[in-house]
Design a protein around this ligand. Sequence first.
Ligand SMILES: *[C@@H]1O[C@H](CO)[C@@H](O)[C@H](O)[C@H]1NC(C)=O
Length: 248
Amino acid sequence: FIRVPDRMGSQNVLFVLLLGMMNPLYPISGTASSRSDDGSSPRITLHRPFFYFGQTYNQIYVNHNGHLTFQSPWSATTPQRFPLNATKDIIAPFWMDLDNREIGQVYYNQYTSGSVLQQATRDINDYFPSMNFNANWVFVATWYEVAYYPNSGTRTTVQAVLISGGQFSFVLMNYGIIASTSREVQAGYDTINSIHHFIIPGSFSSSATGSNSIFRRSSNVNLPGRWAFRTDEGSREFKSSTFPVTIL
Ligand SMILES: *[C@@H]1O[C@H](CO)[C@@H](O)[C@H](O)[C@H]1NC(C)=O
């Protein structure tokens, strides 16, 4: 319990505590990708295999335009609506033309021990109860305060968190400050031949960005700014899209 001298002070402390509890972002850290428009990280070797709807991946690319791909880097700038019916697995927390040449950084990090694994274990057991889930690997990609193309001076922060444990895998999409733009954004994921795909509601709409960004205000797990999906093949029976959507 925190003792504070006056009434105003205690309200501030409570406010700060609540903000901390409601922050959807995982720790922002790791290797910074190059400063290059439409670029990608080098091939990143995963310390544990990641299961994604029937595929098993040992590598990933963090693409600067707000998406992750596994087989090869991908520079696609303008979002195309899922399903693409293509031969590509795509995890896209914020697909649009971003530009990290001057402002912001694209970070990636992976964990096989420590507090981030504990946080992931807690979160997944909370969102997907009675699976007895134990995270043994977490990968975090953060597009941190990255500008919209071309070097527009805006700052937008979004995150994709990949979580593995046993035969299960999950993806979280976390939203920080989303700068306003009139351009279209898609958030969601797609798979080879689009057998599984999902678009976060509000994608392609004018409410996707800005201080009232719907990605920041909505959730399928009751934490504004966070979306959680089960992404191993078990999702055939357990559809993430059947979650109630909360808009606060
Ligand atoms: C993929 O297939 C669906 C269903 O046939 C179709 O509605 C959609 O337009 C296709 N997407 C593309 C990018 O061709």
